[in-house]
Design a protein around this ligand. Structure first.
Ligand code: NAP
Length: 284
């Protein structure tokens, strides 16, 4: 009997030692009985283009890409999927018919837990408030626009960045409000997404109150350290539904795993506990 050839994939970043991706993918490899490995690759941004192009000449199935290499990964590819083109950055590179393909799973990773919690029709009748205008916010906005959310308000601590993002998209239902009007924005929203870095362990808390939030609304916090952020606790106290960043982290990894190893991890194989214990112990 022939043995299956082990498949190799990994994650590239600089630095990369903190990445949870090897824990996540190794969990699925083990639980699904797949012969393969998923390892971290430290890639100096100075050599990133060459490193990515050389992937075509290796037996590596593909790689995830994290900060600060997502633009380089996009540029190194021969072709880009629609998702990667929408965001202009790639978090995943894989090979297809001898070509290097740039893909981005962040929009799918954001959307999947939202649809699982609310259902597509509730999402499509919600007015959304997105807080933050960095890289994560672009994926959130791309997903909300693709899902047909009828009203999207963007606020950011630095107003000019929110205005700039809105200007790039030019869709009438998508607008920015000044940071000074953030409580007005909260009062109007059915869905509030924290796509800023505020509230992460070791960073300042988000200076946005939920006191005038809509009863029955939803708060989706992209932060996953801590798992239950102060914003999420306040949302629960106000009777709002919550979705945490760990769900997005897992949901954006599932399609990458399928591209690299050929099988979609079943939803009931939940790596949350393994990830939380790695976060607690600092073990990678
Ligand atoms: P980024 O590009 O550096 O952007 C950071 C954003 O946070 C900016 O809009 C910044 O506002 C805002 N910000 C920082 N400190 C703030 C504060 N004290 N109050 C209000 N706003 C503040 O980072 P990113 O890549 O977008 O990531 C943002 C967060 O999302 C990170 O915490 C990251 O861990 C998380 N994330 C989670 C997932 C997941 O899978 N769950 C995926 C991606 C990202 P200014 O423009 O004013 O500086």
């Amino acid at each position: 009997m022939t043995r299956p050839i082990p498949k190799l994939a990994g994650v590239c970043g600089w630095p990369i030692h903190h990445s949870l991706s090897p824990i996540l993918h190794s969990y699925w490899l083990k639980e699904m009985g797949i012969t393969g490995a998923y390892v971290p690759f430290a890639v100096d941004p100075k050599n990133a283009l060459e490193a990515f192009v050389s992937l075509k000449h290796t037996s590596i199935s593909g790689v995830n890409v994290t900060l600060p290499l997502k633009s380089a990964a996009f540029s190194a590819a021969d072709v880009a999927t629609e998702e990667a083109q929408k965001l202009g950055v790639a978090n995943c590179l894989y090979k297809s018919r001898g070509q290097l393909v740039a893909h981005n799973t962040d929009m799918e990773g954001f959307a999947a837990p939202l649809i699982a919690k609310l259902g597509a029709s509730r999402v499509q009748s919600s007015s959304a408030l997105v807080i933050g205008a960095g890289g994560a916010s672009r994926a959130v906005l791309g997903a909300l626009l693709s899902l047909g959310v009828p009203e999207i308000c963007l606020i950011n601590r630095t107003d000019a960045k929110a205005e700039d993002l809105v200007g790039q998209v030019n869709v009438p239902s998508f607008y920015a409000l000044p940071w000074a009007q953030r409580q007005e924005a909260v009062a109007r929203a059915d869905l509030i997404v924290n796509a800023s870095a505020a509230g992460m362990s070791g960073k300042p808390e988000l200076d946005v109150s939920l006191e005038n939030g809509r009863p029955g609304g939803v708060v989706y916090d992209l932060i996953y350290t801590p798992r239950m952020t102060r914003l999420m606790r306040r949302a629960q106290k106000s009777g709002m539904d919550i979705i945490g960043g760990l769900d997005m982290l897992i949901a954006q990894a599932r399609p990458s795993f399928k591209l690299f190893f050929g099988h979609m991890p079943p939803l009931d194989l939940d790596p949350s506990d393994t990830l939380l214990s790695a976060l607690k112990t600092g073990r990678r």
